[in-house]
Design a protein. Structure first.
Length: 260
């Protein structure tokens, strides 16, 4: 079955997340509609990560499979065909031929997310940052973020639908860096739990405000707590930054996605 690897960027503000939902506009839904117009027969589009409502992607990866391809098409023709049909806030950056068994989610080794906190009010970047009026201690936030690296139980930092759900995640990288009027948090792991990144950011902001100590943050990693739920950061500042497959390297640039 013809299969392609799609690299996609999107602004998630208008959408109820990546995954198709009934009676709601989603990114995957928009791609599926465009694919039906481009190809006849069964079409499958699957993404590497299920971003939540309002969350953006700098690099989402998806696989595209077409069961009954009538004519040969090139990756460039597929890219241009999609982009002619997609709304302005979803863009296909690249299309590549892929092995028939390529699966965007199952084959992904790591996913990187980046969250942007703005230290000032902005007229242009409201959809891409969380503006925090309080003064934040970026150094304290950086020290707290470093303890996330390694294997931890993130039950305090996620929404569980079933108490039996596994909530242990091995974090490969976690860092805080600053640039201009932004404090950015980057985290990389093989997988993420529902609302995990936004709840981590919410508690890191509490560390920055001086409301939560280093030891207090550490206790949240050791002992399950419902406290982080009420501090969940808004989706506006969160980006799926990069998805890594075999042979890919993580980004080392300390650079914001939407600088201000």
């Amino acid at each position: 079955m013809p299969t392609w690897k799609l690299e996609i960027e999107y602004e998630g503000t208008r959408y109820r997340g990546w995954q198709i939902q009934h009676n709601a506009e989603t990114v995957q839904g928009k791609l599926q509609v465009a694919a039906y117009q481009l190809f006849s027969g069964h079409v499958e589009i699957g993404g590497a990560g299920r971003t939540d409502a309002g969350v953006h992607a700098r690099q989402q990866i998806a696989h595209l499979r077409v069961s009954d391809l009538k004519t040969n098409v090139t990756p460039r023709q597929i890219q241009h065909g999609f982009n002619d049909l997609l709304p302005h806030d979803i863009n296909i950056v690249k299309v590549q031929n892929a092995a028939e068994n390529f699966h965007a989610r199952h084959d992904a080794l790591q996913r990187y997310y980046l969250y942007q906190i703005s230290t000032r009010r902005t007229a242009f970047a409201k959809n891409f940052v969380w503006w925090i009026k309080d003064n934040l201690d970026a150094k304290a936030m950086r020290e707290a973020a470093q303890m996330l690296v390694g294997k931890h139980n993130f039950r305090s930092f996620c929404e569980v639908e079933n108490e039996k759900d596994l909530t242990v995640v091995k974090v490969e990288r976690a860092e805080i860096f600053t640039g201009g009027d932004l404090i950015c948090f980057r985290i990389g792991a093989s997988h993420f739990l529902w609302k995990m990144v936004r709840r981590i950011v919410g508690m890191l902001a509490e560390v920055g405000r001086g409301n939560l100590s280093y030891d207090g943050f550490q206790r949240l990693l050791k002992f399950p707590s419902n406290a982080p739920a009420k501090f969940t950061a808004p989706p506006s500042g969160l980006f799926l930054e990069k998805v890594l497959y075999r042979g890919d390297e993580p980004t080392n640039k300390q650079q914001a996605i939407f600088p201000i």
